[in-house]
Write a protein that binds this ligand. Structure first.
Ligand code: NAP
Length: 507
């Protein structure tokens, strides 16, 4: 049973009077629970408890933190059908996706648990003293990683579990030894409350300090208050460029600026060579129709931009892609606002000079269902018009037909930073693939060869983050165990007596 309350340092609390409700996008109705927005007093309580907890939690041995993370995974699973039903009701996503995402969320928690079960992740380095070194002796130096402090997490609308309350940001921050305060996403506050209750139970069972986790309901002001609080030391965010950039600017203007790791999505260029189209155009079209419409296109890795060089096969390929895409059943979007955003941005792009809509699902759709769109434009028009470079969040993709290889390279080099870039090519391709890969490397965080960008494996070699605006710091990943590096900083100990060194530096 959900209460609509905030979870402040382990207690459920509702001191405020402002409430909001979530939506069932499939039925296009409001869900019954009224969620009470956190007051300034409650936010203060959450942060000051997190600060007190930090002093203990930062020194909790890795194995105990691992037990906490594993217990969160167990408690999430124990929520069983109640969690699945809440997820489906608030997101419009199917039950299979809910269960898959739950598995991914638990897998992430367990992989961070395994990571911190020993201290390898700290990248400890040791430089032995050389007292007899000439002309000057060298001191004993040891370096390790320590947690930054309480972290504010803003979950994503499009992953109510895996990038939300107990998602990758929370799991990696807790693993690092940082208490977490989540601002629950207002589109799935009920899912968030259930997961928050699981975290609280796990913290209780594994003896974690009160204040190690809180979750607050609220709108923009609650997020602003959280980021502005002097005892918040870092921010994790997944969502729009507008939201991520606003929080980044806010954090930079604080008296003590703090890092904001915002993952803001991209249009994920896919380069399809004429040789690949000539050999297997229909197969590529079918595969890409599936990728463009997967999750109703509501993925940060959605392939929104397909780049090729115009020849005698290009138009057939574009027609086939459009045919395959609109043949797939329209799906529900996450929320009426996401649907209206999709229609507005899609309309902005398709009304630009030179853009042709090749395929669009027509007819009456259910209120929050999305009409998939495939459009095309010439390379020259694309280059000249930055409006065509923006993300249309939903089942939308645009094929850009360049006049030659030089124009293709110019487009890649001119793109904003991207999460992914994909190359669909043949073994003995007519294009210079090395040059294309070189250009892509400079613009993206992950390069896929002969595959699709949707589907983000959770493993140490994954890079989920690219040059701005894909993310605010391309040196870090939001997915995979290296995500822990966002929440720690290096400290060196010089000439330290053994009894004052942290245990893991006593080698
Ligand atoms: P969002 O609007 O960026 O919101 C994400 C979270 O940040 C919410 O909790 C939101 O609170 C908060 N927030 C937004 N702007 C803020 C600000 N200026 N100050 C403080 N907090 C702020 O993203 P969304 O709700 O998930 O979806 C909206 C659009 O974002 C989508 O239509 C899509 O274009 C894009 N999006 C992209 C990706 C991606 O991976 N590429 C993923 C999700 C969404 P409030 O809701 O209370 O404002």
């Amino acid at each position: 049973m959900i209460t609509g309350k905030n979870c402040i340092a382990g207690d459920f609390s509702a001191k405020g009077s402002v409430v909001f409700k979530t939506t069932n996008p499939k039925l296009n109705i409001e869900n019954p629970t009224a969620f009470v927005e956190a007051t300034k007093e409650e936010i203060e309580e959450a942060v000051s408890s997190a600060w007190s907890a930090f002093k203990i939690f930062r020194n909790v041995p890795g194995k105990q933190r691992a037990a906490f993370l594993n217990a969160i995974a167990d408690e999430i699973l124990a929520l069983d059908q109640e969690l699945v039903d809440m997820y489906v009701t608030e997101s419009g996503l199917p039950e299979g996706r809910a269960k898959g995402e739950r598995g991914r969320t638990m897998g992430q928690l367990r992989s961070f648990a395994e990571l911190v079960s020993n201290d390898h992740w700290r990248e400890n380095t040791f430089d032995a003293a050389q007292p007899d070194r000439k002309p000057l002796p060298k001191d004993d130096l040891r370096k390790t990683m320590i947690p930054l402090g309480p972290v504010a997490v803003f979950g994503a609308s499009n992953f109510p579990l895996a990038y939300s309350t107990a998602g990758g940001d929370t799991a990696s921050a807790l693993a690092a030894g940082c208490p977490v305060i989540v601002k629950s996403h207002p589109m799935h506050a009920g899912t968030s409350e259930l997961v928050a209750s699981a975290i609280v139970r796990a913290a209780g069972k594994t003896g974690m300090p009160k204040g190690v986790f809180s979750s607050i309901n609220g709108g923009i002001q609650a997020g602003v208050d959280l980021v502005n609080h002097p005892k918040i030391k870092a921010v994790g965010f997944t969502g729009s460029i507008t939201g991520g950039r606003a929080l980044f600017d806010l954090a930079a203007k604080r008296e003590e600026p703090i890092p904001v790791f915002a993952e803001m999505g991209s249009i994920n260029p896919v380069i399809i060579t004429p040789s690949a189209i000539a050999k297997r155009g229909n197969e590529i079209a079918k595969t890409y129709a599936g990728s463009i419409t997967l999750g109703t296109g509501q993925f940060c890795t959605n392939p929104g931009l397909l780049l090729t060089i115009k020849d005698e096969n290009t138009q057939d390929f574009v027609n086939e892609l459009a045919k395959e895409t609109i043949a797939l059943d329209p799906q529900c979007m996450l929320h009426p606002n996401i649907k209206s955003g999709y229609e507005k941005k899609g309309g902005d792009v398709t009304s630009q000079l030179g853009v042709e809509v090749v395929g669009k699902v027509e007819g009456d759709l259910e209120p929050n269902y999305a009409a998939s769109v495939v459009a095309t434009v010439s390379g020259t028009e694309f280059l000249a018009n930055p409006k065509l470079h923006q993300e249309v969040f939903g089942p939308f993709s645009m094929v850009v037909q360049c006049k030659d290889e030089a124009a293709l390279l110019q487009i890649i080099e001119g793109l904003e930073g991207q999460l992914t870039g994909t190359l669909i090519a043949e073994e003995n391709d007519s294009l210079d693939l090395v040059e294309i890969v070189d250009a892509l490397e400079n613009r993206v965080g992950r390069i896929i060869y002969n595959g699709v960008p949707t589907g983000v494996e959770v493993c140490p070699s994954m890079q989920h983050g690219g040059p701005y605006p894909a993310s605010t710091d391309s040196r870090f990943t939001a997915v995979g165990t290296h995500a822990i590096k966002r929440w720690v900083r290096p400290v060196s100990y010089q000439s330290f007596p053994k009894n004052l060194l942290p245990d893991h530096l006593n080698g």
